[in-house]
Design a protein around this ligand. Sequence first.
Ligand code: ZN
Length: 192
Amino acid sequence: MSKLPIVTIPDKGLRSKNQTVTRFDADLQQLIDNMIETLREANGAGLAAPQVGRPLRLAIIWTLPEEDDQGNELPDTRELFVVINPEIYWSSRDTVKGIEGCLSIPGYVGEVERAESVRVRGFDRHGRKFRRRFDDWTARIFQHEIDHLNGELYIDKLTGPENIWTEEEFEKMQEARKEARQKEQHEPMVGD
Ligand code: ZN
């Protein structure tokens, strides 16, 4: 296995249409293994073939770890999916706003509204059909990655043109919000 270089905007490959995978051969298996290694090294949640310069309808999704009540990550709770020629054939009417980043847009995060749940069908790495429902953050990652296969990026779907920040700005915002909340809680009670 070897790590692949990840292309970043404004690389044209990120905007191109991608081809349906028709051969589940050794070359494809090699590409998948390399993409898995690349994703793990980058500690990302998803990676689509056009992000490593291959115009194929293939993406790797690595779900977020589960957390205990204190917010500590539980080991070995991330699930890895290889999805080929995926299609979202149902989306929930309920949507949810969330903060996304992208390995092809390093240093930035933005707010995007997505379906809370989706049903996806496609093929696994061996060409076997699969069909499954995903919710919450996993549904978000699937939507983000499948957008890549259609040449779309999260910056096309921001909840507002101003709702994109550098990681640094976003961290500061979070800190400020946290402080404001703590202040509120410590405000002496008046009355009674
Ligand atoms: Zn991305």
